[in-house]
Design a protein around this ligand. Structure first.
Ligand SMILES: [Zn+2]
Length: 374
């Protein structure tokens, strides 16, 4: 878990690329260059804030396992004394006032602690009241305290307002490169969800699948969005099976329910960007419990699934299963273009979709149920 939180995301990577782009832009426009120091400041700070934002979010998700975090300064000659003063201080997960970075080019980090680990430290290490106020008063750049990303954006906006045309253009350019960097960080973080045993294979297949990557970009999905949707349709990794267990019972095999809930939220966000299917989709099922079949064959019964439900746009895919739901959908998302197996012609019903049984009939060996989304 700790490796997942602090692992693959490397700060500052890609800086050289960024600097080159900014320099080239300057040369093209024949402008005086921003100092390397200024460029690096904006760049590093943004990457490091993006990283911190992701880390804080993940920490909230795993707060049950790691209810505390410890501030850790590098403690060398370059460490600011006011950051060194925070070294070793312990805070509750969710209390992110002092979460690093606390300034431009701050190298401080957060270390996750279990309740047991936190219990071994003296009470003094958990500042409250006046001690806490003192630490806060001490901070040089208070804009970095708490929800720093928004404050940083406000700061940049302020700089932007006062800047001349040439500098503005540069900041725009810088942001394009930084956005790309942040998209890469999001992608790295999406990869961390998968097991080590699977991720190499999934990523290799994903990166070599130009159809999927092109379609994702054209639909306005980020690389992380496209990857998540693609990986969900890769049955081999067991995610869709665990997701089904989360909602319909059975022991989870590879992920705990908090992580699956996070993935569900992320995947919902991703596939919601894809076009809606107009018309009929089919959900073909086998080996259903009798009570479920009974519900499907009850006129006017309303059915709501908590998880994602796979359907197909094609009348020919899996057409011979025991139960065939013919669904007049309104909000199903067309995921064919970003699915691992395009032949499935897959469309996804989002969690919470409500369907009403219109009629059911037995055709040969098959129960055919007509439903409409309400
Ligand atoms: Zn620091």
């Amino acid at each position: 878990m700790k490796a997942a939180l602090s692992g693959n995301i490397k700060r500052g990577q890609g800086y050289r690329e960024f600097e080159k782009t900014v320099d080239a832009e300057f040369d093209r426009a024949g402008l005086t260059r921003l100092s390397t120091h200024q460029i690096q400041n904006i760049y590093e700070t943004n990457v490091s804030l993006a990283y911190a934002g992701g880390q804080m979010q993940k920490m909230v998700e795993t707060a049950e396992d790691f209810p505390f975090w410890k501030y850790s300064a590098v403690l060398d000659g370059k460490t600011r004394p006011k950051h060194a003063a925070l070294h070793g201080k312990i805070f509750r997960t969710g209390d992110f006032t002092f979460f690093p970075p606390l300034d431009f080019r701050c190298r401080c980090t957060a270390i996750l602690l279990t309740a047991r680990q936190a219990g071994r430290y003296p009470k003094d290490d958990m500042p409250t009241g006046r001690d806490r106020q003192k630490l806060y008063d001490n901070l040089e750049s208070k804009a970095f305290a708490g929800s720093k990303q928004q404050k940083f954006m406000e700061w940049i906006a302020e700089q932007y307002k006062e800047a001349d045309q040439a500098t503005r253009k540069l900041i725009d350019q810088a942001f394009d490169v930084m956005k790309e960097e942040i998209r890469n960080l999001e992608y790295e973080s999406a990869k961390e969800f998968f097991r080590d045993a699977d991720i190499k294979r999934i990523e290799k297949e994903f990166l070599s699948n130009t159809r999927v990557q092109k379609a994702g970009a054209e639909a306005g999905l980020t690389k992380a969005d496209t990857f998540r949707t693609y990986a969900y349709t890769d049955f081999e990794n067991g995610l869709s099976a665990d997701m089904a267990r989360l909602h319909y019972g059975g022991e989870l095999q590879a992920w705990d329910k908090n992580r699956l809930a996070t993935f569900k939220k992320d995947l919902t966000k991703a596939v919601s960007k894809l076009p809606k299917v107009e018309g009929v989709v089919y959900r073909n099922l086998d080996k259903l419990p009798a009570d479920v079949v009974k519900q499907f064959t009850t006129p006017d019964a309303v059915i709501e699934w908590d998880g994602f439900s796979s359907t197909t746009k094609s009348p020919d895919v899996h057409a011979n299963r025991e139960v065939r739901l013919v669904i007049h959908a309104k909000t199903a998302r067309d995921i064919e273009s970003v699915s691992k197996d395009a032949d499935e012609k897959e469309a996804l019903l989002l969690p919470g979709t409500r369907l009403k049984v219109v009629k059911s009939e037995t055709v040969g060996q098959q129960v055919v149920v007509t439903m409409e989304e309400i």
